[in-house]
Design a binder for this molecule. Structure first.
Ligand code: SF4
Length: 187
């Protein structure tokens, strides 16, 4: 069995945290398994839980539009979440749930081996980039860790709730597009 299949099989039957008791489906992740760019959200919402795929529904549609700005689509990037099962009522995933689940994401990152990681929203940014990350102040800033460029932008759901955040997100997306072009130019 390939490492991907083994990881997915483990994840789909996982009961490591209480979120397994309320989920309909485990939302493992989608996309190209050797993508240059990887997007990380916080966890599945209602539609994702029902359909088994990350970022569907209105937030997913907006994410697709955001991806198109950087010349990316779901077939040439990889999309995953910090926790793979839906927190009830869309609450933030608890630290202990994130702790229980993070090894799956770490393995996904290792297998994809992306050049760029984009965190979608506060929860992912705090977990992946910096526990003190403040999305309102720090979004769009870059750091390079072990040769991987990393940044965070607002979560599509936040952009749906507050369209005033969209212009600054557009600027962040242009920066990501340029970073992706820089990475491709070096390949
Ligand atoms: S959220 Fe993660 S750790 Fe918790 S049951 Fe689901 S897959 Fe397992």
């Amino acid at each position: 069995m390939s490492q991907w299949n083994e990881l997915k099989a483990q994840c789909l039957q996982c009961q490591k945290c209480p979120l397994h008791t309320t989920r309909h489906q485990v939302v493992f992740g989608v996309g190209r398994e050797n993508a240059d760019i990887m997007f990380i959200g916080e966890g599945p919402g209602e539609q994702e839980d029902l359909q088994g795929e990350p970022f569907v529904g209105a937030a997913g549609k907006l994410l697709d539009d955001m991806l198109s700005i950087i010349d990316v689509n779901r077939t040439n990037c990889y999309i995953a979440n910090i926790v793979k099962c839906r927190p009830p009522m869309n609450r933030d995933p608890k630290d202990e749930e994130q702790d229980a689940c993070i090894a799956y994401l770490q393995k996904q990152i290792e297998l994809v081996n992306p050049s760029i990681i984009v965190c979608l929203g506060r929860i992912a940014a705090k977990r992946i980039l910096d526990p003190d990350y403040r999305i309102t102040k720090d979004h769009g800033k870059w750091l390079c860790r072990n040769g991987v460029w990393m940044t965070a932008i607002y979560h599509p759901s936040a952009l749906l709730r507050d369209p005033n955040k969209r212009p600054e997100t557009f600027d962040d997306l242009l920066s990501i597009r340029q970073k992706l072009r820089d990475v491709h130019a070096k390949l």
